[in-house]
Design a protein around this ligand. Sequence first.
Ligand code: SF4
Length: 317
Amino acid sequence: MKSDPEDFRRALLDHFDRRRRPLPWRRERTPYRVMVSEFMLQQTRAETVVPYYDRWLRRFPGWDALAGATADDVLLAWKGLGYYRRARSLHRTAVIVRERYGGRLPGDPAELRTLPGVGEYTAGAVASIAFGVPVPAVDGNVKRVLSRLLDVGDPTAAQLRDEATRLLDPERPGDFNEAIMELGATVCTPRSPRCHRCPVRPHCLADKAGTVGSRPLKRRRPPLPRVDYVTAVVVRGGAPVTLLTRRPATGLLAGMWEFPTAEIHRHPAGATAATGAPAPPPYPPPRPVRRPARSSGPRQAHLQPLSRDLPPRDRAL
Ligand code: SF4
């Protein structure tokens, strides 16, 4: 039987009020700060985000400062956090907020979803935390918690949304969403959940059924594509100057600087040395190329084949 939502909220929010982590984006919940934190937290742990968030706010304290920055400044401030598409989307969002909304982020989830990089989860989180709109925010942590509460191995998106909406506290939607995400991050963790310390244990059907270890069901990740690249490192002059090129504005590592690099072979998905696949790439072994004495051309160029396992694509935002 499903839990009583009022009992559930009380237990969850009591625990959150006593145990919430003192994260910097919880100090002052302006729409700008909430949006910045939500972009940074996509696919990144809170502890990793903290120093980047503080630095970012010193550099770009509000929408105007961010909208007025160059793309290079924005990428520099994001450097090290990865998934740079998030930085570009946040920058474009700032320009839209300044130009279309007069510097005030809208609180309506449907309108938030029209902004670059804002999907259902981010719209729900920002609307509820920054504006108090009673909408759920279902991220990976919440999916896991709900799967266990419901004792369903592979819940559908509709099941998750319905249950999150049923449990949501209409008086404190932002705190509720943060509390259930925090529960997933600190107590109901993927491996070794601490059920003995869980404030909502009496509501958990998987705990009653003894199925916590298999909730949610583990999905086999699709095999990563495997691609061979060749990279030329070109150094010129006594005080070395290295040739760099910029990647295209879309696609993998969009807009990043790199040594001149070209894709030379794309293997079938799942083909790796370990699986005994693929055929050797169709290029001759690399050899260093030395310039002739007194040449004015590049002093030395090394060709170095690289294999990269492409990272999984950003989660749909
Ligand atoms: S009782 Fe265990 S499995 Fe259930 S919600 Fe709490 S931590 Fe998660």
